[in-house]
Design a protein around this ligand. Structure first.
Ligand SMILES: C[S@@+](CC[C@H](N)C(=O)[O-])C[C@H]1O[C@@H](n2cnc3c(N)ncnc32)[C@H](O)[C@@H]1O
Length: 213
């Protein structure tokens, strides 16, 4: 299991039924079962070919595993206590959560992009964000969010950058901001960049500089 999956596994709690939507290989599910974090695990994927990898891997766990080909929660007949949705864009995760008739109490999410939109969505549907941070594994940056049913209030900067990032300022977040600042400086200096993209870059750069102070 790579560093990213190891970190995501660490965010999984304990309980009766856990689901991994978009499970692909099934590595998270395997670890959850092996370490008995949950008694039952639902592995699901929109692709039957991807799901088959998890089915093969999880054979030794017998009837503790249920495998479902499904677009999000579409074909679920049980509501899990907790779900992980990792390795998809924030908008895809929002779509999956929006289409669900009811949602698990706890969500562990790892969006590949549009994390700000996902944060706004979670707060708007009555989830309290417990963890919200950026980390780095093998030269790539990732975001992780853990949310539970509840009421939350986020500031605009927290929606944009993540609450724990602004509070704890982890190295990965700082490094990501420095890279983004350099990219924005390049846009501003570029002759061929449009006036509107330069204006947008200036605002974003100013925000980043305020955070880095
Ligand atoms: C990049 S893989 C991520 C695998 C694993 N969750 C991880 O983080 O390593 C994304 C997986 O999500 C599945 N997927 C994409 N959209 C989905 C949806 N709407 N419902 C279920 N699975 C989906 C894909 O088929 C693919 O197997």
């Amino acid at each position: 299991m790579d560093g990213r999956l190891d970190l995501l596994f660490g965010l999984v709690s304990r309980g009766e039924t856990f689901a991994d939507i978009g499970c692909d290989h099934g590595y998270i599910a395997e670890r959850v079962l092996k370490e008995n974090k949950f008694e039952k695990v639902i592995v699901s994927d929109i692709s039957s070919k991807s799901l088959q990898k998890a089915v093969d891997l999880l054979k030794p766990y017998g009837d503790r595993v249920k495998a479902i080909v499904s677009d999000g929660f579409e074909n679920f007949d049980i509501l899990p206590d907790e779900v992980m949705i990792a390795g998809m864009g924030g908008e895809e995760i929002i779509k999956i959560l929006s289409n669900a008739p009811c949602l698990p109490k706890r969500l562990v999410l790892a969006p590949q992009k549009n994390t700000d939109k996902l944060r706004r969505f979670l707060v708007s549907i009555g989830y309290k964000i417990l963890k919200d941070f950026t980390f780095k594994d093998r030269c790539k940056f990732y975001d992780a969010i853990v949310a539970e049913e509840g009421v939350d209030e986020y500031l605009e900067t927290e929606y944009l950058y993540g609450r724990d990032n602004l509070k704890d300022f982890p190295d990965a977040f700082k490094e990501k901001l420095l890279i983004e600042a350099k990219m924005l400086e390049d846009i501003i200096a570029l002759n061929s960049a449009s006036k509107s993209s330069k204006e947008d870059a200036k605002i974003r750069l100013e925000n980043i500089r305020k955070i880095l102070k």
